[in-house]
Design a protein around this ligand. Structure first.
Ligand SMILES: Cc1ncc(COP(=O)(O)O)c(C=O)c1O
Length: 461
């Protein structure tokens, strides 16, 4: 579909006039007027369901008075405090996270978003080793196809070539392994748990070749990323990774930016595997997008050198911003008071059932996977061939355009068509609405989604 045809779809607008001078990868987006609960309204008064919850990030609904009032009250008292000065909102957030986080993840460093939190975790891991007599430990091993944010350190450990390779000269050359591979790649006769262990051994192999004395940390998301977005590994994958990290004094960094704060039906994704990381990175749902907030939470062991006086070489003007802390506290209150973690588990299960029953049989849907309210569709031209449509046809924008027409708003990523078709993977479609989703709203999403997938398939087919 040519771009002038996309412009003709309702809710779309060409990037002209002042819009042409705005950096945006979605030039045809509707013009947002206001948001409420799981709904977006454009300036023409049309309503859309925010299926992806912003950028996989809304843990509570939009426009919640409890959060807006808490932010306003804090702004009236003080809207900023230098990082050096003590203040109650920051202490309260850190204490609350310590209560919610598993194991001895008791100390939190607050920043302004997921990428900054990843940077902070990488630097903390390095400084921990420097402070504990392991000065050569510096490599942070990442996973191919992962995404950890757009700052240079985060891009170094990420694995998607499209956004990493252009910056290669500036990156630190972090080594990568594969994340847990798909069950479909599991050889006949190998159990799921054995497969998890086999996949995890790639980490040990990489540590062997780099030399354990040189490896500071391993960073990964609890569930698959990139082309295998939302793939839930067997428990043995993560328990084996944990054991390998312990064996070689490699710190385990769990990137919970997407999975944290209830998304998968537990407070944190790693809880599904009973594994406690050494450092946990959060963002997105922690403040449900009411304010830019990120966090790195560390175990007592990792914090010990800093507690004893080692200086963490870091600092951002907006770290622990008091309005952000007030927003975070209020969001966490809403999640707890409204039982949204349990709701994500229950409505998530219901939604996965609907998707398997009604959406998976459709030709362009190669897979449905995930956990809780992290549901991922894998979109291809047709599942029989596993080909993705010609990237020149801009199939992702087309999917969004068709979805807008049917009253659904999706956040799409850069993963899909910018990859050799030899890899035979589709583009992930994120069904990650606010954790307050009801069963009736899940029904409505699936009713509309069915039409979107069919129409998209007919157009690209
Ligand atoms: C797993 C993961 N980590 C980190 C980030 C970076 O977070 P932010 O965009 O808030 O910097 C993202 C963003 O999508 C993410 O998905």
């Amino acid at each position: 579909m040519a771009s002038h045809e996309l412009n003709a779809l309702p809710g779309m607008r060409p990037a002209e006039g002042k819009w042409a001078r705005v950096f945006s990868s979605h030039p045809f987006d509707l013009i947002l007027d206001r948001t409420e609960g799981i709904y977006l309204y454009d300036t023409n008064g049309r309503r859309y369901i925010d299926v992806s919850g912003g950028a996989l990030a809304m843990s509570i609904g939009a426009g919640d008075r409890r959060v807006l009032d808490a932010m306003a009250r804090q702004a009236e008292r003080f809207g900023y405090v230098t990082p050096a000065m003590a203040n109650a909102p920051r202490a309260d957030v850190c204490e609350r996270i310590a209560r919610l986080a598993p194991g001895d993840l008791n100390t939190t460093y607050l920043v302004s978003g997921g990428s900054e939190a990843v940077e902070s975790a990488i630097k903390l891991a390095r400084q921990y080793h420097l402070a504990t007599g392991n000065p050569r430990k510096h490599h942070v091993i990442g996973t191919w196809d992962s995404y950890h944010g757009m700052t240079l350190g985060a891009l170094s450990v990420a694995g998607g070539p499209g956004y990493r390779i252009p910056f290669d000269p500036q990156l630190n050359g972090s080594p990568h392994i594969r994340h847990c591979r798909r069950p479909s790649e599991r050889p006949l006769g190998v159990s799921e748990e054995d497969w998890g262990r086999t996949c995890a051994l790639e980490l040990e192999e990489m540590i062997h070749y780099l030399g354990a004395d040189n490896v500071a940390a391993f960073i990964a998301t609890p569930v698959g990323a990139g082309k295998d977005y939302g793939l839930v590994p067997p428990t043995s994958y993560w328990t084996t990774i944990r054991a390998i990290c312990d064996r070689y004094q490699v710190l385990l960094i769990a990137d919970e930016v997407v999975t944290g704060f209830g998304r998968t039906g537990r407070w944190f994704g790693m809880e599904h595997f009973g594994v406690v990381p050494d450092l946990m990175v959060s963002g997105k749902g922690i403040s449900s997008l009411y304010f830019p907030v990120g966090a790195v939470t560390v175990s007592d062991r990792v914090n010990e050198p800093f507690r004893q006086g080692a200086y963490f070489i870091h600092g951002h003007t907006h770290m622990g911003n008091p309005i952000g802390c007030a927003a975070t506290l209020a969001v966490l209150d809403v999640i707890e008071q409204d039982g949204l973690v349990a709701n994500a588990a229950a409505v998530g299960e219901y939604l996965h059932g609907l998707l398997r029953e009604r959406i998976l049989p459709l030709g362009p849907i190669a897979d449905v996977r995930g956990k809780g309210l992290l549901a991922i569709l894998e979109l291809v031209k047709h599942k029989d061939t596993m080909e993705f449509p010609d990237p020149a046809a801009d199939p992702e924008t087309l999917f969004q355009a068709v979805a807008y027409k049917h009253g659904l708003s999706f956040y799409m990523s850069l993963y899909g068509p910018r990859r050799p078709s030899a890899m035979k993977r589709g583009v992930p479609v994120f069904i990650t609405p606010s954790l307050c989703l009801t069963r009736a709203q899940a029904d409505e999403i699936v009713d509309r989604l069915e039409k979107v997938v069919v129409e998209w398939g007919e157009t690209v087919g």
